[in-house]
Design a protein around this ligand. Structure first.
Ligand SMILES: Nc1nc2c(ncn2[C@@H]2O[C@H](COP(=O)(O)OP(=O)(O)O)[C@@H](O)[C@H]2O)c(=O)[nH]1
Ligand SMILES: [Mg+2]
Ligand SMILES: [Zn+2]
Ligand SMILES: [Zn+2]
Length: 411
């Protein structure tokens, strides 16, 4: 089984894990780390030394038990703890062999699925991610999902739980402030969460990592960022593709004639999808002519305004996205619920004359579903939104979790 690093998205195998010395006192173990420096794009990075893989593997194989298994054991086992070859201190800090970033403690035990959230600037990613994480933490238990932030990384001031609470949750959900580009520090670190399920089920995934990169490739211009986006998407087990509902021409016009000020993003969402796909093709990350089996959730954001302005199709009685997700009340997942949502959204898109988009997506991906979500429940006014009322934000994630075999409670 290959592992995918949540920082650099490179793949590596079990026998390649590395450890970093954890000594606080040994100055002899302080060294330049060129791989970390490259990752952060700085000329130098001083960190504790990387313990050569060979030094602890040799010790491991000398222990009689391991010896009995010989070479095999070295391939299969990642020790919980190793000794630093220089200072002799114990270390449990696992790092990626490619970029040297610290990996979550049990990374080698869980499946490392990356579920990515992507979308053009203005599609609502920052608000969506903020609310999605909050809903997962608050309501995930209804589907037996527990969510634990993975506070790992060289810079302790930038670990997941600290950054999430200071830059995302507190401003938006405690102080009611719309999140602006300036409030979110633009840095390279993803927010990483482990989610686990205690459901039984043979062959089901019980633990995986969710990796959220708030900015990955959103402006589609910067080459460096685009390359990273391509890697992020290509190594994902599932994609939540956020699309700005306000940029659907039909919706844009209706909202404008109803007196709403809609800013021109300059990127139409069909173009965004095409750009991401071309990028994957160019990098050789998708096969020509074969549909990708990666589940992709085409997720239309800001659906609150569509509902408020009565732009839902009146022929569709009891339109599913008017109500919040049923599984949050019932405590089990019924596949039919999200199939209905997807079906309704798909008809809506047809009504909005977006068949071309649907055909394009479905010719490239074999597992598709359409969702409508609202992170906020309303448009912020003057940079404020006091009462955040999310609608169906967990749907795309839950659908993907089910598709990739995560153990969800079912009837
Ligand atoms: N009506 C409404 N507006 C939203 C929602 N989520 C985000 N927005 C607005 O959409 C704009 C872009 O959101 P943002 O999260 O910054 O998008 P990003 O550039 O993709 O990160 C902001 O003005 C938000 O206030 C929502 O659920 N409903
Ligand atoms: Mg943003
Ligand atoms: Zn050491
Ligand atoms: Zn890495």
């Amino acid at each position: 089984m290959a592992f995918t690093c949540p920082y650099c998205y490179e793949k590596f195998s079990r026998d390649e894990f590395e450890f970093r010395c954890e000594s606080f006192t040994s100055t002899a173990c302080q060294e330049e780390d060129p791989k970390l420096a490259r990752y952060f794009g700085v000329p130098h990075y001083l960190a504790n030394r990387v313990i050569p893989n060979k030094s602890w593997r040799d010790v491991m194989t000398k222990k009689s038990l391991w010896k009995a298994f010989g070479k095999m054991s070295r391939m299969l086992v990642v020790p919980d703890e190793v000794k630093c070859d220089r200072c002799g201190g114990p270390s449990r800090k696992k790092i990626c062999p490619r970029c040297h970033n610290e990996l979550p403690t049990y990374f080698h035990k869980a499946e490392s699925h990356i579920i990515s959230v992507i979308g053009a600037r203005g599609s609502g990613k920052t608000h969506y991610i903020t609310v999605l994480i909050h809903e997962l933490l608050k309501r995930g238990y209804k589907l037996d999902i527990s969510t634990i932030p993975q506070d790992v990384g060289e810079d302790r001031s930038k670990v997941t739980s600290k950054r999430y609470s200071e830059e995302y949750k507190r401003p938006l959900l405690d102080r009611g402030e719309e999140l602006t580009k300036t409030t979110i520090a633009k840095d390279l670190n993803p927010l990483i969460y482990q989610i686990t399920s205690s459901q039984k089920g043979f062959g089901k995934t019980k633990a995986l990592y969710l990796v959220f990169y708030d900015t990955a490739g959103e402006n589609f211009h910067d080459d460096q960022e685009l390359k990273k986006l391509a890697n992020y998407v290509a190594n994902s087990s599932g994609i939540i593709f956020l699309l700005d509902t306000f940029q659907i021409p039909h919706i844009k016009n209706s909202l404008r004639s109803a007196g709403n000020a809609i800013t021109e993003s300059g990127i139409d969402f069909q173009g965004v999808f095409q750009q991401v796909y071309n990028l994957l093709e160019k990098q050789g990350l998708v096969k020509l002519k074969a549909r990708s089996p990666v589940p992709i959730a085409l997720t239309f954001s800001k659906i609150d305004e569509v509902i408020r302005n009565n732009l839902l199709d009146d022929d569709i009685e009891d339109f599913s996205i008017r109500k919040n997700s049923k599984y949050l009340e019932e405590g089990f997942y019924d596949q039919a619920e999200l199939e209905e949502v997807s079906h309704d959204m798909r008809s809506l898109l047809t009504l909005w004359e977006e068949e071309g988009f649907i055909a394009g997506v479905e010719s490239k991906f074999s597992q598709t579903a359409y969702f409508g979500v609202s992170a906020l429940g309303a448009t912020p006014k003057g940079g404020k939104i006091e009462d955040v009322r999310p609608l169906r934000v967990l749907d795309p994630l839950v659908w993907i979790l089910d598709k990739i075999g995560f153990a969800l409670p079912k009837k």
